[in-house]
Design a protein around this ligand. Sequence first.
Ligand code: OOB
Length: 535
Amino acid sequence: MTTTSSTHREGYVPFPPDAAETYRAAGYWTGRALGDLLRETARSAPERTALITGDGAHSYARVDADADRMAHGLLALGIAPGDRVVVQLPNVPEFLTVLFGLLRAGIIPVLTLPAHRRAEIEHLAALSEAVAYVIVDRQGDFDYRELAATVRESVPSLRHVLVLGEPGAFTDLNTVPRDGDALPEIDPSDIALMLVSGGTTGLPKLIARTHDDYAYNATASAAVCELTADDVYLATLPAAHNFPLACPGILGTVSVGGAIAFVTDPSPENAFAAIEKHRVTVTAVVPPLAQLWCAATEWEDADLASLRLLQVGGARLAEVNAVEVTPALGATLQQVFGMAEGLLNYTRLDDPAELLHTTQGRPLSPADEVRVVDGEGNDVAPGEEGELLTKGPYTIRGYYRAPEHNARAFTPDGYYRSGDLVRRLPSGHLVVSGRIKDVINRGGENISCDELEEHLLAHPAVRHAAAVGLPDAALGEKVCAVLVVDGTMPTLAEIKSFLTDRGLATYKLPDMLRQADALPITAVGKIDKKALRAQ
Ligand code: OOB
């Protein structure tokens, strides 16, 4: 009955046929559709808990059937395989049904974050020519239906707004599911879903991931984390982000038959209660949250004994914070250096403490190709700093519908230019030493913000630190350190002498200090340097 929308591959950059053949032959790509990850577990262990919700546990059999009914309902609305649907849901259990419903129908979810607003959603909906937009009615004091009304006026392709909760003028998502017979055949080399790039400059880009590559991303990650059916994964970060979605996250947990719980509020009080109640074993957080959770063990007395693995990634975790994780939370620390574009680096569970604390892990796959290059694109000497370039079985070859940007962001031979500065150790572990874009150029001297922040964080009064470059007539840029402190704010002179005592070069010392109550964060919880500079 349904026909595949022919437009969805326009502007998609596929893997070259020879690379695809290699990945298939080597067994990285298995020809499974993402919807099959759930199907396989539902067949082998139908009674196991897939989902923990406010009103009890849902078995794999139930979630599987719910996903099928959602798929049939979406198709019955006239949404066709290959069509794009913008999904903007907080971390609610229904996320799983909506996601798998779309995947099973061959409809492509465009996974946006709850914190995205009009500028991002309009851009992403228009770029993907989305036909539908899935939201919750409201969260906190934000009404997504008002946002949807605005977006629908400016994006003519949007035919449906499907609402979880009170639908207002739109369609109630709960009325959509229906029974049906056959679902469309899925081509595993086709686009499964679209992620939003984490880039902090310019408009967000769309990252189209295939069934083959993303299934590998999730299952190989599950293997590295030694995930089993006994694990309970807590989605703490926004579920639409690659890290909690598939590293190994939600999809990895489904692939091994574990259980998934969601929290919308990652505060220690709330997350710790969920960990205790559901006996959570694994979760993923960003560094500021890891730091907050560690500190909160001082005043929260929840039982966290079930937590075996805390994954920390998304931004550089300072060594001073890394060493605190296991003593405070009892869990093994895993550093994860990943990107929505693909490449994932993990510290391994049995890595020595030194590597766990001071590196951001090593590539997930033996087929990941990593180069560390200088400004001219030549490989640097082993151990030297350079830009990370990468290609591999789960790294995109180009952003969706972005040919001009792709010409800069990818090398002619298909490597993604990450913009991250790294050093590679003999073990293959990478140390992220900064970002090409996150460097302050002070009178011709380059200062890595990450490095300066690491030193600032070592000061006993400093809880959070961010270094930003501000325009300066004499120097080009001057260094401003924004600090969140415990107790009294140190003076500039005190900070300078503290950093000098730590052996930091004089040119890296801040020119000015600003105190803040909190640092602005991006939709996924990283420090928002752009917003900070604007302040
Ligand atoms: C993850 O993905 P994105 O797409 O939001 O951001 C990617 C960028 C990287 O290029 C790098 O600049 C930074 O975020 N980053 C890290 C890091 N992990 C990510 N910088 C330093 N240390 C780390 N551990 O952020 C992401 C995706 C999957 C898993 C984990 C994180």
